[in-house]
Every structure is written in C-alpha cells, then in structure tokens.
Ligand binder design. Structure first.
Ligand SMILES: O=C(O)C(=O)C[C@]1(C(=O)O)C=C[C@@H](O)C=C1
Length: 361
C-alpha cells in the first residue's frame, strides 16, 4: 500500500484500539452493575425471574431514541441484545426452549431475541416447547405464530389456548429460504424436504424450477437439513444458519415466493411483563354463533379507543361453526383504556383469556 495512505490509516487504527479499550472497560462496568442488580433481585424474590422483558425493551429503545448515527437503530438492537444477554447471563443463565434442531428459524429467533448467552433447549415439537417451559425445564419458549405468506401457525394457536403460560415478547424475523445439498448440486437428488410451511412458502419457485422433484414434509427445516447432511439424495430447504450448522452447500438462495417473507415469533413463559410506553396485548375470545356477534364483540375496543393489530380465528371444534378469535391489541392490559376495554369485552363474550402484554417490537 501507498506509504501516504498507510500514514493516514495508522492513527485511525490507533484511535479504534483506544476506543475499543474504553468500550471494553465500560462493558465490564455494565456487567458488574448488572450482577449487583441480580443480587438485589434475588434478595427481593429468591424464586423470581431474572428476565425483565420490559426493562430490556426500554434500554434498547432509549438508546435508539438517543442515537445520532452512523450506527443504525437495527445495529443498536443487535449489539445491545448481545450486551444485555451477556449481563443477564452473569446474573443467571436463561434456558430457552424452541423447535430444533440446530440451525432452525426458531433458533435464529431465540438468539435474536434473547442473545447468545442462553442455554439452548432444542425440542422436537411445539407441544414439547410448551411442556418444557410449563415443567420448569426452560425459563422461556420461542414459538412461531404467523407467517406473512402462509398465515397462522395453527398448532401454536391451539397451545396458547390451553397453556397457562404468558406471552412476554414478540420477534419478527425475515425468512430467507435456500435450497441446499451436501454437494452443492442437484446431481443424484431424488426429493426435496422441508417443513410443510416452508414447502408452501416456496411452492411457485419449486414448480417453476424443479417441477418433477417430489416434496416431502419434515418436522422442521433444520431436521430436513440434518437429513440432507446424511443422505445425498435429499435436498433441504432451510435458512443459512442450517447450512452452516449441517455443513451443506447452497444450490439456490432466496427461493421463497415472497421476497419479504417474514415469520413472527412469540416468547412465552411464566413471567408477567410490566408496561413500557409501547406494548401489545394478546387475547382469545369466543362469542355465541349468531348474527352480529363478532361485530358486537369488537365494539368495546372502538368505544375505548383501543386499536387492534391482528385478528385470527380458529374453529372451536364443537361442530357448531363456533370459533375462537385471537386478537392483538395495542397497549398494555394495565393501561386504563385497555383495562376498561377488556372489562367490557369480558362481560359480553362466552370465552375470554388474556395471553399477556409485552413490549411491541
Ligand atoms: O435491570 C435489570 O433488572 C437487569 O438485570 C439488567 C438487565 C440489563 O443488562 O440491562 C439484564 C437482564 C434483565 O432482563 C434486564 C436488564
């Protein structure tokens, strides 16, 4: 390199080294402060959770509001999620249950949301995720609830209905699917495997590019990747984390039919989340099967100025064309307007359950 350029580079690199030393010192000061917070929390409530979702959301949002750049708000979320994860881990390590195996999108959502300083509990099904958290084997679970192409994840909705766990957070991640094999080619490949949701999200691409290739369902995309790593006749559809985890080569990337394909995950656990200034509340309702019932069901929301961000229905399995309605509201159930709307709703519906309030992503 040109000597003059070298001379300009050197002081900048020295400055970065000096700044990194300061950052390191500050990170260690922060970690010690978090450890002290942890001790106080233990004195206050020995069995209480270390995880405070509302505090974590507020720490990140405050920094984003102070941020003058060029560091992006997205980078603040990614970096401070890791910092908080490490600090939390020094207080007590959080065990997170999710649908495995290694490299699944659920794993990515869990790591994005809770950071890397966690104990990973990989489960074989969504039912097992709920069971693990309910039994105290894991502190929290991370489950997909809706996809922008395929809609609701029905098993999660059913489990939310019957489980005593609370929703304590949400995380939406971009779902970027790749076709991958051991060799990086489709030579000798006789079938493609993925979770049914992923096969559905890539169906137009598969039909256009590989119309004759049989499609087989796997329990997860990570599981499909695990199989493809052992069986050269199988191509898997999964994310890049799975390619790394199972040492697979990408044959085609970004094969999802919708380039903006996203999945929203919910964090569940036995933790009540306190209000921040920007929350959501998820509830389940059922109304009698008669004309106007759904319209009336939602009237208390409008009357109290509460916005709805999502409405989903699931058959109640009574054979009577009755449904459970899954509603997401803006606001925390402890906010007066939301509390009033919920109290009014409760009086007029046949079934009412608050799944939880949590910081809005
Ligand atoms: O403020 C707390 O309660 C902490 O334990 C500190 C901290 C953090 O690192 O900022 C860590 C874990 C909690 O979930 C929330 C915040």
């Amino acid at each position: 390199m040109d000597n003059q350029l070298q001379a300009r580079l050197l002081p900048l690199r020295e400055r970065i080294d000096a700044l990194d030393e300061q950052i390191l010192d500050l990170l260690n000061q922060r970690a010690k402060a978090a450890q002290d917070v942890g001790k106080i929390k233990q004195e206050l409530d020995l069995d209480g959770p270390i995880l405070k979702p509302e505090r974590e959301a507020m720490v990140i949002r405050r920094l984003q509001s102070l941020n003058a750049g060029p560091f992006t708000d997205q980078a603040i979320d990614a970096v401070w999620s890791q910092i908080i994860s490490t600090c939390r881990g020094l207080e007590s390590v959080l065990t997170v249950a999710y649908l495995g195996p290694q490299g699944s999108f659920s794993e990515q959502a869990a790591l994005d949301h809770f950071g890397h300083a966690i104990t990973r509990l990989r489960c074989d099904s969504f039912d097992e995720v709920f069971r693990a958290v309910e039994a105290g084997q894991a502190d929290v679970g991370m489950v997909p609830v809706e996809n922008s192409t395929e809609g609701a994840v029905n098993r999660t909705l059913d489990l939310l209905l019957s489980s005593p766990l609370k929703v304590l957070g949400e995380r939406s991640i971009k779902i970027h699917h790749n076709l991958m094999t051991r060799s990086g080619t489709l030579d000798g490949v006789t079938r493609v495997m993925a979770h049914p949701q992923a096969l559905a999200q890539c169906q137009a691409w598969l039909t256009q590019h590989h119309p004759g290739l049989p499609r087989d369902a796997a329990s997860s995309n990570g599981e499909a990747a695990r199989i493809a790593a052992q069986d050269p006749t199988v191509a898997a559809i999964a994310g890049t984390m799975a390619a790394q985890a199972w040492d697979l080569q990408v044959v085609a990337s970004g094969i999802q039919d919708d380039p903006q394909n996203r999945t929203r995950f919910l964090a569940v656990g036995a933790i009540e989340t306190l209000p921040t200034d920007n929350d959501k509340t998820s509830i389940i309702l059922a109304v009698p099967n008669r004309a106007g019932a759904v319209y009336e069901m939602l009237a208390p929301l409008a009357a109290n100025g509460v916005s709805m961000s999502r409405l989903e229905s699931r058959p109640a399995r009574t054979g009577q064309w009755e449904y459970y309605f899954y509603v997401d509201l803006l606001g925390h159930h402890k906010e007066p307007s939301v509390a009033q709307a919920l109290a009014d709703l409760k009086k007029q519906v046949a079934f009412f359950k608050v799944l939880g309030s949590y910081p809005r992503q």
